[in-house]
Design a protein around this ligand. Structure first.
Ligand SMILES: C[S@@+](CC[C@H](N)C(=O)[O-])C[C@H]1O[C@@H](n2cnc3c(N)ncnc32)[C@H](O)[C@@H]1O
Length: 303
């Protein structure tokens, strides 16, 4: 318990300074949102530099949504903080992604590092809750997020384990990576699409980052009465798991809508599953019930 508090304090102190860990030069490999521009300096902006988008690249960045995440960036690795639901859900979604990508890439799901040799990008990686297990499973991981503070927290946390210290973290957007012509075997965006301005454009960028026959994975929240009751009323207003206003019900997608958006982006959805929370056991499990949290795995068309 005491060590957790100390770790959290260290992360807060380090994240509020501009120090970059010299042992993780990979964190600088991709050009970052706030440092990429070679144009003349812009006049002062009311938008904090950590959430400013590039002026040259069309972006699905929703400044208001991104500001919400910037405000709670310090709490990414606080298991009792606002990201508690993601930490709780993580083993279940990691297990699903492991099985699904092993099937897709014909890897042995029983070996310790089934993703060895695969390049995976975690889009909207936050503090690296998913990027880290992907790296431990052997993938070469790039984690990107629009909030610079998230990237700092993620980089510092990844340094704590030699199996995750090689993760390439970068403050940028999917659109910017497309412009840089980056390609990945698998592109994963968990719980991000409901926070972007142009979901169709966002999916097209995810598709453009995926190699032909590669995998594109998206998880989000269904737009049902049940999701309103649980993901918003219960999670934000009754249980206070998430800050009020974290989610807008109208920004959620039904599975059918997500399938169509991905189809138009040249990604064919092959697998879909729900993640279900059991309030009696406090556990999450994989389910056919997609009425609240769900995940879709698609394959990028080969032509
Ligand atoms: C709900 S969190 C999910 C974090 C992580 N994917 C996970 O599931 O553990 C959403 C994340 O997406 C980031 N984000 C929102 N819009 C983005 C965009 N257009 N490009 C990149 N990151 C974005 C936020 O800063 C935040 O870290």
């Amino acid at each position: 318990m005491a060590s957790k508090i100390l770790l959290r304090r260290a992360l807060i102190i380090l994240s509020s300074s501009s120090i970059r860990n010299p042992k993780n030069p990979s964190a600088r490999r991709c050009s970052s949102l706030s440092t990429a521009s070679t144009e003349a300096p812009l006049p002062p902006s009311p938008i904090p530099p950590s959430i400013k988008s590039s002026t040259r690249v069309p972006s699905s960045l929703n400044e208001a949504e991104v500001a919400k995440f910037a405000a709670i960036a310090d709490t990414w690795w606080d298991f009792e903080g606002p990201f508690k639901p993601l930490h709780w859900m993580n083993p279940t979604r990691v297990s699903f992604i492991r099985s699904s990508l092993c099937r897709h890439f014909e890897r042995d799901p029983h070996c310790a590092r089934p993703f060895e040799g695969l390049k995976i990008v975690d889009v909207g990686c936050g503090g690296g809750i998913l990027s880290e297990p992907l790296a431990r499973m052997g993938a070469t991981v790039t984690g990107i997020d629009a909030v610079e503070k998230n990237i700092k927290i993620a980089s510092i946390h990844a340094e704590l384990d030699p199996r995750t210290s090689s993760i390439e973290y970068c403050c940028t957007t999917a659109e910017k990576l497309v412009e840089e012509q980056r390609k990945f075997d698998a592109v994963i965006a968990l719980e991000v699409i409901e926070h972007v301005t142009d979901p169709s454009g966002f999916c097209k960028s995810l598709s453009a980052l995926t190699v032909p026959n590669g995998a594109t994975v998206i998880s989000t929240i269904n737009r049902t009465m049940r999701s309103y009751a649980t993901a918003i009323v219960a999670a934000e207003y009754i249980l206070h798991w998430l800050p009020k206003g974290t989610h807008q019900w109208s920004s959620f997608f039904t599975p059918e809508e997500l399938v169509l958006i991905l189809q138009r982006a040249s990604v064919s959805v092959r697998e879909m599953a729900g993640f279900v929370y059991n309030p009696l056991t406090g556990e999450w499990s994989i389910s056919d019930d997609t009425s609240v949290n769900f995940i879709a795995v698609g394959v990028k068309d080969s032509h």
